[in-house]
Design a protein around this ligand. Structure first.
Ligand code: CA
Length: 420
């Protein structure tokens, strides 16, 4: 996935795994210890009811994946500003795609709403952000990635559990082996479940007897609804809404600092969106809410309810939960946030990012394919262009650099040109 978020599995465990991993010196276990590790895994698998045929077939000739280790060890150089994060996930293109998908899967979404009580717009928002509506599910072999993670760090049991869950999927025949590809950390399918999450919460929603969150859109949507319902979704309640806070507000804030709507009102926190018939319901004054200030008191502010936490549990990052929540509003026709982000260099949509990439290519930079994903090559080219323009060379794809690319005359690049 674009933002390498860790899908639907316990973030704390992931952090514990990272900490444990830091103490492990060898970059990848050598061949002998890798083989020994697999022998140990086979024993574990058989003791847990996975049959020998399934195990041997799945792990036949398997080798560690060095890219998985690299991804595991990767530490981003800088934090992505929230306005970049939201701009890339919630753009006009995703809203349009989402509406199209909502029309196409209307009956399935209606069933999911009835069965689980979860708002269809949120289900579709998760689907759109997790895999771009099934288009990007990840291409790494799940068994190989997880085996690499287990065997490069034998002290870690987290990934062993995920590997065993993957083998159980293979044994059940719910999803064919060639469908079990995903992110380096093991998330897979249309809504990027981890294998143990799949085992607990995936449902067969198209009634063919298989829980196939890779190839069946109904199974993926039903499973996501089930996930959110089990995470505490409250039917009929909004995730939250944008608010205006008093100037120089210095009162309580944070998702976990809950108090009643009446108390927030007493502090001068006001809902921005007018209450309309058919719009979001207005919860009772006694409803507990937290005040979210993702970019500090100068940026957009939100009161968030229990359903925001349900979304948050899917991927433990407030920026993620806010993006899903906002996309769900946009799918219902709501405009963007009323208060702008506190920056003079806003983030870019995927269409704008593609334009940045195309304009860099036009200037002779080799940045790979135009895909709207700003990776290391694009960042390097942006930095180079920024330097040449006398701009701060931070490699960030924001509005300022897009404007500069549109306006600056095309000259010879300072990096080797793409060979024709
Ligand atoms: Ca099914």
């Amino acid at each position: 996935m674009i933002f390498r978020r860790h899908r639907a599995f316990p973030y704390a465990l992931m952090m514990a795994a990272l900490a444990a991993f830091a103490g492990f010196c060898a970059p990848v276990a050598n061949a002998a210890s890798f083989d020994a590790c697999i022998t140990g895994l086979r024993k574990t698998a058989l003791s847990q009811g996975i049959d020998a045929t399934t195990f041997d077939k799945a792990l036949k000739g398997i080798e560690p994946d060095p890219d998985v280790i690299k991804s595991f060890e990767y530490q981003p150089e800088f934090r992505t500003p929230i306005w970049d994060y939201v701009a890339g996930l919630v753009d006009d293109e995703r809203v349009a795609d989402g509406r199209e998908q909502m029309a196409r899967w209307d009956a399935v979404l209606g069933n999911a709403e009835r069965e689980y009580g979860v708002d269809r717009h949120v289900i579709v928002a998760v689907w759109g952000v997790e895999s771009n509506f099934g288009r990007i599910q990840g291409t790494r072999d799940l068994v190989r990635s997880l085996t690499t993670l287990v065997c490069a760090n034998k002290r870690e049991s987290f990934f062993r559990g995920e590997l065993m869950a993957t083998l159980r999927i293979l044994q059940s025949g719910d999803i064919a082996a060639d469908g079990l590809t995903g992110s380096w950390a093991g998330a897979f399918g249309q809504t990027q479940f981890m294998p143990t999450t799949y085992q607990r919460l995936a449902v067969d929603f198209d009634g063919d007897g298989k829980r196939d969150v890779v190839n069946s859109v109904p199974d993926a949507l039903g499973s996501t609804a089930n996930y959110l319902a089990r995470a505490g979704w409250v039917a009929g309640e909004p995730w939250g809404y944008e608010v205006r806070i008093p100037e120089n507000y210095a009162g309580p804030s944070g998702r976990r600092t809950r108090q009643s709507l009446a108390k927030w009102a007493a502090l001068g926190v006001r809902r921005i969106e007018p209450v309309q018939s058919g719009g979001k319901p207005q919860p009772a004054d006694t409803t507990q809410a937290g005040l979210l200030l993702p970019a500090g008191p100068q940026g957009p502010a939100f009161l968030v309810f229990r359903n925001f936490d349900a979304i948050y549990s899917y991927n433990a990052a407030e920026s993620y939960a806010l993006s899903i929540a906002h996309l769900s509003d946009r799918l219902q026709g709501a405009p963007g946030f009323s208060t702008p982000w506190p920056t003079d260099d806003p983030g870019l949509s995927r269409a704008d990012r593609r334009e940045v990439q195309q304009r860099l290519i036009d200037r002779g930079y080799d940045i790979g394919t135009v895909d709207g994903m700003i990776g290391a090559k694009s960042r390097g080219a942006i930095s180079d262009f920024q330097s040449a323009q006398g701009l701060k060379a931070d490699g960030r794809a924001g509005l300022r650099v897009l404007k500069a690319l549109r306006e600056a005359p095309v000259t010879a690049p300072t990096v080797p040109a793409v060979t024709q």
